[in-house]
Design a protein around this ligand. Structure first.
Ligand SMILES: NC(=O)CCC(=O)C(=O)O
Length: 268
């Protein structure tokens, strides 16, 4: 299975509409891939908080339309990254979309862990409540978005739901690039799964982006890593490698679930 990660540059001097057209043509150019992935909030920029409300779209808005068309034109499975969704009740979400090679939407994932602590996304957006997996012909994807990468329990939940390929759409800052690489490898090793993590290039909301999209195999080996600028990273994945790794080194079977805390029940 060939996967292409589109590390698109997100800069404020390009309009959202112009970037949408450009993203669609980058997807269409990946006809030789089976799976194409875009990063987090590429229409507006993950750190462009002040533009979130103005650029919010309904689920089936312009980004949905452009990406459905691009997936069908390229004939690829498309993880279209995320966009700012305005739900019917007015709540904003950081929502990722996945399309089939026929251009049908097969999944929508609302980011579970919102970034920003007491500002930005954390206060402006609602939190997703559902783990999302997507069964492809060769593998099952588990979906995550950026800050989710720091929460191993989400990934373990995805693996328990059948995920073999963990996709992380991100807008990760250069300042914490070392965490990005380390966490992507950790999620791959502990879950014995592929990790396909795609970030943005450029600078938005005054935050320089790390780029350095990365693909890690189920043994923790880095199969490819992009540089800092706009780039398409293409890698070959072998879906059998996940099953083989889990059989040959069956650490996932040694989990000890349901242990009680030694402090539980003690008077305090
Ligand atoms: N958009 C994000 O979720 C950023 C996450 C981040 O910067 C970090 O976890 O560090």
């Amino acid at each position: 299975m060939r996967a292409s990660l589109i590390q698109i540059a997100v800069d404020p001097d390009e309009s959202v509409e112009a970037r949408r057209v450009r993203a669609a043509s980058l997807v269409v150019a990946q006809r030789v891939a089976d799976l194409v992935i875009l990063p987090e909030l590429w229409p507006v920029g993950a750190f462009a908080y002040t533009a979130f409300a103005a650029e919010a779209e309904p689920l089936e808005g312009p980004t949905h339309e452009a990406m459905a068309k691009a997936a069908a034109e390229a004939g690829v499975w498309l993880h279209a990254g995320s966009f700012v969704e305005r739900a019917e009740d007015g709540t904003l979400y950081n929502t990722s979309l996945v399309f089939s090679p026929e251009g049908e939407r097969v999944a929508a994932y609302r980011k579970i862990h919102r970034f920003g602590f007491d500002q930005g996304e954390a206060v402006m957006m609602g939190a997703g409540e559902e783990l999302v997996t997507v069964a492809l012909p060769d593998t099952t994807l588990g979906l995550a978005t950026c800050y989710d990468l720091r929460f191993p329990e989400q990934f373990r939940g995805l693996v328990d739901a059948g995920a073999e390929t963990l996709v992380v759409a991100a807008g990760w800052p250069e300042r914490r690039r070392s965490h990005w690489t380390l966490l992507a490898q950790a999620r791959a090793v502990e879950n014995q799964a592929y990790v396909l993590a795609v970030g943005t290039a450029g600078t938005h909301g005054d935050v320089q982006q790390a780029g350095h999209s990365i693909v890690v195999d189920p043994w923790g080996e880095v199969l490819g890593q992009a540089g800092a600028d706009e780039e398409v990273l293409t890698v070959e994945l072998d879906a059998d490698k996940v099953r083989a790794t889990r059989e040959q080194f069956p650490a996932l079977k040694d989990r000890r679930l349901g242990l009680t805390s030694p402090l539980r029940g003690r008077p305090h």
